[in-house]
Design a protein around this ligand. Structure first.
Ligand code: UDP
Length: 320
């Protein structure tokens, strides 16, 4: 297959490029680097099955040659990123999805949308099955991401129903692992970087809110199977083991051996109280479930950040 992956230099996009290439497919990566990182795909430079286009999918997009798949992964995805880039976030969810769908339609390609557990908002049903419609504040600060992704799902289903296109929608739950940026702002990378630097871990609110963290290799395997063998209905891909954010802080301190303090900060507006995927559908449809335990996943992520921060650290000042 020859596939286009938007957001190719991002955290998930770059792992997805690797997954397709490992199976012998050809990948065209596209990114405008608004939150992506060229380092994530530097190892693919010169790969005979990989090419890259620097472009914003929110403006008209043309890609030469045939395509069998278009996977739309471009978007700021961390709360601090989409609060910093509210309009580009709305545009890439709306106009970017429209352009990616139009391109897929013109090429006769399968379309795959990276959606999110944020479509469930601050959920009133727990855990969240795909049939739950969500509890989203349409005008709050997070709405630039949540509502853009809800629109993206709606337009994907419209292209599926109206144009008969072959489409997929994955709802991605909190995912972590190597290639997250140190200043990404998400909780796993924040805590690990803070612990490694001996800085206080910033716990928002009282830390009793929950998330269910999926290691990146599990997430990418689920996405790949959904692309290959799934159907058009939205599918949750995430790890159903739930922790409080305080428990996560403690696990990070244990994994890093850090004695950093935990410091409380205000809970961001509309921060969901709980989040946990119901993955019955993914299990039945794809025979998929996560296999990496959180402690093993944290250890792998700590190893990545240790190496990354050491490489990025300024050279020590010469002794006088
Ligand atoms: N959080 C935290 N400290 C941080 C960053 C995040 O306590 O330094 C909390 C945040 O308020 C939320 C959870 O951790 O309850 C997950 O936040 P993240 O930004 O990773 O993703 P979200 O699930 O909110 O999109």
């Amino acid at each position: 297959m020859r596939v286009l992956i938007t957001g190719a230099s991002g955290f998930l996009g770059s792992h997805l490029c690797d997954r397709f290439l490992a199976d012998g497919h050809e990948v065209v990566g596209l990114d405008n680097f608004i939150t992506g990182n060229a380092e994530n795909i530097a190892h693919l430079t010169g790969h005979q099955s990989f090419s890259f286009v620097r472009h914003d999918i929110s403006s008209y997009t043309y890609v030469a040659g045939s395509l069998d798949g278009v996977l739309h992964f471009a978007s700021p995805a961390s709360p601090i990123d989409y609060l910093k880039h509210p309009i580009p976030t709305l545009k890439v969810g709306a106009l970017g999805t429209h352009n990616a769908l139009g391109l897929a339609k013109a090429k006769g390609a399968r379309f795959f949308l990276a959606s999110t557990s944020e479509v469930y908002g601050d959920p009133l049903v727990h855990p969240q099955p795909e049939s739950y419609w969500g509890n989203v504040n349409p005008v709050g600060p997070r709405s630039v991401y949540d509502e853009a992704k809800r629109f993206a799902e709606a337009i994907t289903m419209a292209y599926h129903r109206f144009h008969g296109m072959d489409t997929r929608i994955v709802r991605i739950f909190n995912t972590y692992g190597p290639r997250m940026r140190p200043h990404d702002g998400r909780v796993v990378s924040n805590f690990i970087v803070q612990a490694l630097r001996g800085e206080p871990l910033t716990l928002y609110g009282d830390g009793s809110q929950t998330r269910s963290f999926c290691y990146v290799s599990d997430e990418v395997e689920g996405i790949y199977r959904l692309f290959m063998n799934g159907d058009s209905a939205p599918t949750n891909i995430g790890n159903p083991v739930e922790y409080t954010v305080r428990q996560l802080a403690e696990m990070v301190l244990e994994a890093t051996g850090s004695s950093a303090a935990i410091e409380h900060r205000p809970l961001p507006t509309d921060d969901p109280r709980v989040r946990r995927p119901d993955i019955t559908r993914a299990r039945e449809l794809l025979g998929w479930e996560p296999s990496v335990d959180i402690r093993a996943g944290i250890a792998l992520t700590v190893a990545y950040f240790r190496a990354h921060l050491a490489a990025a650290a300024p050279a020590p000042a010469p002794a006088s």
